[in-house]
Ligand binder design. Structure first.
Ligand code: SF4
Length: 244
């Protein structure tokens, strides 16, 4: 199998086969994330994808769900995704669910009609690393979109009948702005119809701008934020990390 750099496996589904169709992250600018800093974004060559599907078919032809990698494979245009989905069905004919993650902006390059066709090919559920519905917070962490974009793109998914998860990243606004982060996120998320809103606690990883800001005293982490194995500035071992 071809796996490049960090491999993120959805912790809720630890047994699904993983197929890498892209490497890295197209955005790579979120101020809390180092996951793909050293991996330039690119689409995997079709020969790699086909080779890996052959290998997966030899292991388990009966698997019903597959997770596509890496950070945001959803960014690929319809004309790139559809042939990959067809290839998956050729090698793994019992595959009913093709699960992939993406950014809110990755939905923008697809029409509702294209989303419906991708659903017919298996993309019934996706995960969006939304993090916040508060514009100040989204700007602060360089997420690259605003609350109105979340509404617009999520409503397209709803019209296409595609289920989606959204993430809320607790602590990412700092103590001074946490209240607005929570209230505005609740307002925006309530205007969408996600299957699940998953929350995670922020970890300040070495090498991230958010950690540098906290260390210089430019922001005050809230009481659940993790830093180098401790709650910032002191506390027990962390168990969570932020992902797209
Ligand atoms: S959080 Fe997601 S979108 Fe942001 S840089 Fe990391 S992988 Fe990319």
């Amino acid at each position: 199998m071809h796996y490049t750099g960090t491999v993120y496996r959805n912790p809720y589904w630890p047994t699904w086969p993983l197929l890498e169709i892209t490497q890295g992250c197209t955005h790579n600018r979120c101020k809390f994330c180092t996951m793909y800093k050293d991996v330039p974004f690119r689409m995997s060559p079709m020969e790699w994808i086909e080779e890996d599907l052959g290998e997966l078919a030899g292991m388990d032809k009966n698997s019903g769900t597959i997770q596509l990698l890496s950070a945001n494979p959803l960014v690929l245009l319809y004309d790139m995704l559809a042939p990959i989905f067809e290839l998956i069905r050729k090698y793994l004919p019992k595959m009913e669910y093709i699960y992939l993650a993406g950014r809110v902006t990755d939905v923008r390059n697809k029409s509702v009609e294209e989303l419906k066709k991708l659903k017919e090919l298996g993309m019934r559920e996706i995960s969006l690393g939304v993090e916040s519905g508060d514009d100040w917070t989204l700007d602060r962490i360089h997420k690259g979109y605003h609350a109105e974009d979340i509404l617009e793109q999520c409503h397209k998914l709803e019209e296409a009948g595609i289920d989606y998860w959204m993430t809320f990243l607790n602590g990412v606004a700092g103590r001074e702005h946490s209240r607005d982060h929570a209230i505005h996120s609740a307002e925006i998320f309530s205007r969408c119809r996600p299957m699940v809103v998953g929350t995670g606690g922020l970890t300040l990883f070495p090498g991230t701008p958010l950690l540098e800001e906290a260390e210089r005293g430019h922001s005050v982490p809230n009481r659940t934020t993790m830093w180098r194995g401790r709650i910032f500035p002191r506390g027990p071992t962390p168990s969570t990390r932020a992902t797209c």
